[in-house]
Design a protein around this ligand. Structure first.
Ligand code: 5AD
Length: 352
């Protein structure tokens, strides 16, 4: 047995590998290693979740952003972005439609838009929870002070997604403007966990300047943080950003990392991302077969979906939301899995 097969089996047994071993595994993995990891990861997901894939309704409610992340299409310096915001009423209409479709988690995602003050966010969360008490609300609206997160939690928000982006402070500095810091990012994640949010972190695979050592650090960071969710997709360049000419991450790397993450976090909620589906036809389905167990169909209004471009050629921006959702359900069934309409909460009770 070669070193990588042994490393993958060690991860599947729950062992912690040192950074150099993880970096070596990532740097030297063969197609056969990918297959081994995928089949073990798929078995792990089947054991923990059965043949279920959780569906989360994603509502992108604003693409205004005060931040200037170098990779992101809605960064404030992108003058070409057509900006929009949804009103509370429009957000509730998305939820109404999603609820009729059977969705029981709404992910409210947006840029860091100063228009959406804590008061406005609290009002939206309260309104969604009052109208749909059987649903989970996930926020994904970036870095805030502890007090703001506490108010969102008090208003009833259940979950929060904030990708850490990279666990290397030096790499973080190459992807973000000087006013942002890895330290504050991590502070946010610890605050969210302390407040009892089901919390998600994650990173892009193939981000500019990323090395196998960086990814190994990401894996160790996540092993220590123990998030309930991990969002991980390929980097895809956007034409109106400084990274327009950088190569995209690869589907193979992304699928391999998904499998490794599943082995290291048997119960984590792990989306097969839209970015993966954009990079590779059938990419989300491949993600499920490599150990992912969540998809996040976009239920934003049609006009909004076209404008929320973190990267170019985003999947699901054309066509009606209803058709996209139906097609995704069908393609999940076609690989032998069942779309799960439930809230799909993280199983705290038997956390290892
Ligand atoms: N390619 C892929 N993912 C991106 N994100 C932002 N820009 C891009 C891009 N160009 C991801 C970031 C962010 C999440 C909302 O989307 O990781 O946290």
């Amino acid at each position: 047995m070669n070193g990588n097969q042994a490393r993958i089996l060690a991860l599947a047994r729950g062992e912690r590998l040192p950074r150099e071993e993880l970096a070596r595994l990532i740097a030297t993995r063969s197609p056969e290693d990918c297959e081994t990891a995928a089949s073990l990861a798929r078995e792990t997901a089947l054991r923990e979740f059965g043949r279920k894939v959780y569906f989360r309704g994603l509502i992108e409610f604003t693409n205004y952003c005060r931040n200037d992340c170098l990779y992101c299409g809605i960064r404030r310096s992108n003058r070409a972005a057509l900006r929009y915001r949804l009103s509370e009423e429009e957000i509730l209409l998305c939820c109404r439609w999603g609820h009729e479709q059977g969705l029981r988690t709404f992910v409210l995602q947006g840029g860091e838009d100063p228009y959406f003050t804590d008061e406005r966010v609290v009002s939206i969360v309260r309104a969604v929870k009052a109208a749909y008490p059987d649903c989970a609300v996930t926020l994904s609206i970036g870095e805030k002070p502890y007090e703001s997160y506490a108010r969102f939690r008090e208003a009833g928000a259940d979950r929060y997604l904030l990708r850490h982006e990279t666990a290397s402070p030096a790499h973080y500095g190459k992807l973000h403007p000087p006013e942002m810091s890895f330290e504050n990012r991590v502070r946010c994640l610890h605050d969210l966990i302390a407040l009892g949010f089901q919390t998600g972190c994650g990173m892009m695979v193939g981000a500019p300047f990323q090395t196998p050592e960086n990814l190994a650090e990401d894996l160790l960071f996540m092993q220590d943080l123990k998030p309930q969710m991990i969002g991980m997709g390929p980097f895809l360049p956007h034409k109106d950003t400084p990274f327009r000419d950088e190569p995209a991450g690869t589907a193979e790397d992304t699928l391999f990392l998904l499998s490794i993450v599943r082995l290291m976090h048997p119960r984590v909620l792990l989306p097969a991302t839209t970015a993966l589906g954009t990079l590779l036809p059938g990419g989300r389905e491949r993600g499920i077969l490599a150990g992912a167990n969540v998809v996040m169909p976009n239920i934003s209004p049609d006009e909004a979906r076209a404008r929320y471009q973190l990267y170019n050629n985003k999947l699901g921006t054309a066509g009606a939301a209803a058709d996209n959702l139906a097609a995704l359900r069908e393609s999940i069934r076609a690989i032998g899995y069942e779309p799960d309409p439930g809230r799909g909460d993280y199983r705290w009770e038997d956390k290892q």
